[in-house]
Design a protein around this ligand. Sequence first.
Ligand SMILES: Nc1nc2c(c(=O)[nH]1)N[C@H]1C(S)=C(S)[C@@H](COP(=O)(O)O)O[C@H]1N2
Ligand SMILES: [Mo]
Length: 224
Amino acid sequence: MHNKAERLKKMKPLPLGSLSEEQRAKLPPGQALTEKFPILHEGEVPEYEMSQWSLNVFGEVEEKRTFSYEELLALPTVTVNCDIHCVTRWSKLDTVWEGILFRDFLQLLKVKPEAKYVMFHADPDYDTNVPLEDLLRDDVLLALKFNGEPLTKKHGWPLRTLVPHRYFWKSAKWLRGIEFMTEDRPGFWEKNGFHNEADPFKEERFSGEALPIPEDEWTHKEYD
Ligand SMILES: Nc1nc2c(c(=O)[nH]1)N[C@H]1C(S)=C(S)[C@@H](COP(=O)(O)O)O[C@H]1N2
Ligand SMILES: [Mo]
């Protein structure tokens, strides 16, 4: 079975000295590289009966919408190759995701012009806010697949957001709702001491004083 010591040894971040020039350039300040994929979330991995599952769009829209999983699977998808950066200091380079480009998804909605912010609502009791303008980029997805396979349950199956230019807590696993808002409002971590903007290259980790997160905390978490 799993040997904890072995696991921790394997999770050791790659020492900076072993990185290529290119890898270093892609690594935001204060981050360590990992080749594994850590699993981080609050609460339990949700179980779904897919006939009951839906994605709900509400808030500043002319029409509320509900999408079934089947409806989402029928939409065109794109593939994104990007780096991801978690505030707990791990970064993973060149990850490959497939999903619905958020910008394309917006075309299916009647979002009111006053809508300037989005709250992503996810299971279990998670939410995170992102400015709408930020979601128009080429790499922001409603992600369905990672590495060519459907998302695993622990990484957010059936649907998660991918907002790779922000710390990874802005990429909600188990997405269930998209709320358009005129005013910004903090989500779960944004209310709990994390930075509202969360740009990893500006090291926008915390909103006030640094939170007491040990630098190697993520190495003690589950991963695959
Ligand atoms: N629903 C939900 N999504 C979430 C979280 C969570 O607790 N619940 N944690 C966030 C955080 S802090 C991180 S770092 C990433 C981790 O995604 P991963 O487990 O696929 O690495 O998910 C983000 N999305
Ligand atoms: Mo995180």
